[in-house]
Write a protein that binds this ligand. Structure first.
Ligand code: ACO
Length: 372
């Protein structure tokens, strides 16, 4: 049987940091509320495009695995905030890393995009379609955030990480996964303004409003991730005691707490980044994975549980067996260009652009969308 081992990892975090105090300068919010309701202290705002972050992360993951771009035969770019729709973003990464013989595709299931991409790449490796893949989780949320809506503006951040998968006959990489979509709750999270339904009506990119039912998402996310985690553990014949590390989607500390405690796993086994990066959607799991390696929390042969949810509402839980190696084979010298503005200044620029465009004519009244 062929498996798809994770042999390289690399993250790319934009340096500009937006604190809770920064947010309270233009929103009716405060550090105490944000920390007690979400666990978040700060998040990042990117000064570069999502593809640029993805290229740096991919180069670092390649160096870590000790391979060149030319050896990659599949790139999957997991994201819901693509810089462009046509051409796809994976092809941009392909050019930058010299992966001339790779197939390249974008995959969007919102916050679960990285894990769904991991499933897709693993399946293609198992069936012989590819031998070596790069899977990216990247999100550039700041340009389409509704910065004047405190219900959502405090929750999200930008970031990226990538992994390399390589075919092996050792039992490594994904051992099992559970994927699903609670589509009856798809109305609970919608970004109005992204997509042709809106651009057809003259809506400018970035002129977005978020429909966001936080309490309903919270409830469904916890139920969905607990069920998916229990199902994948049962399918693979493992118990909560067998899990060495949990690398969950980082949408809210209280959600993570509820999921692991209901799954019978202690919080000490959980890798957390939510306090410093907020919810980076598709990037949260791979960034947390990369940091678990950087911090020495990933042990050789570890059994890792990765539960996640996203808009849709997509849900999943993956069980991964780590290999023997927990250190990079080499380091890449790829770096982002320096940032010239503070995170707060970049956010204020986005807000000013949005306020200049007062036409919101196309954001509501799309009954064909609202009924689905
Ligand atoms: N600062 C201060 N007060 C706020 C803020 C804020 N940033 N946001 C909301 N409030 C207020 C509300 O207006 C409300 O006031 P009211 O009682 O006067 O009406 C009060 O705080 C309580 O709001 P609740 O909704 O009850 O707060 P809750 O404890 O449910 O926490 C939260 C809200 C953090 C959004 C929580 O519901 C949550 O995390 N939900 C899941 C969100 C999520 O994970 N989204 C990601 C979706 S998928 C993906 O990852 C892309």
């Amino acid at each position: 049987m062929t498996y798809a081992a994770i042999t390289g990892w690399g993250k790319c975090m934009p340096p500009a940091t937006l604190t809770n105090e920064d947010l309270s300068k233009f929103l009716d919010t405060n550090d105490e509320w944000i920390v007690s309701r979400t666990g978040m202290k700060e998040r990042r705002v990117s000064h570069v495009s999502a593809t640029e972050m993805a290229v740096i992360a991919a180069k670092r993951a390649l160096a870590c695995a000790g391979i060149e771009g030319g050896q990659v035969d599949l790139i999957i770019y997991g994201s819901c905030s693509n810089d462009e729709q046509v051409p796809n973003c994976a092809s941009g990464v392909q050019v930058a890393i010299g992966a001339t013989k790779a197939a390249s595709m974008d995959l969007n299931t919102a916050c679960t995009s990285f894990l769904y991409s991991l499933t897709a790449a693993t399946a293609m490796i198992r069936t012989g379609v590819a031998k070596t893949a790069i899977v990216i989780g990247v999100e550039l949320i700041s340009p389409f955030m509704d910065w004047d809506n405190r219900n959502v503006a405090v929750l999200f951040g930008d970031g990226c990480a990538a992994v390399v998968l390589q075919a092996t006959d050792k039992q490594e990489g994904i051992l099992g996964e559970e994927l699903g979509c609670l589509a009856d709750a798809r109305q609970t999270l919608r970004v109005r303004g992204m997509g042709t339904a809106y651009t057809n009506r003259g809506v400018t990119s970035g002129d977005t409003e978020w429909d966001f039912d936080g309490q309903e998402i919270f409830k469904r996310a916890v139920q969905g991730m607990v069920q998916a985690s229990q199902a994948v553990m049962k399918k693979c014949g493992v118990t909560p005691d067998d899990i060495d590390l949990v690398v969950p989607h980082q949408a809210n500390l209280r959600i993570i707490d509820a999921v692991v405690s209901r799954s019978g796993i202690p919080m000490e086994k959980v890798m957390l980044t939510v306090q410093r990066y907020g919810n980076m959607s598709a990037a949260t799991v791979p960034v947390a994975l990369a940091e678990s390696l950087e911090e020495g929390r990933m042990k050789p042969g570890a059994l890792v549980l990765m539960p996640a949810f996203g808009a849709g509402l997509t849900v999943c839980a993956h069980l991964v067996r780590w290999g023997d190696r927990v250190t990079p084979l080499a380091l890449s010298d790829a770096e982002l260009p320096p940032v010239k503005k503070s995170a707060l200044d970049m956010v204020q620029d986005i807000r000013a652009r949005k306020h200049r465009d007062t036409s919101k004519a196309g954001l509501h009244g799309l009954t064909f969308i609202e009924q689905m």
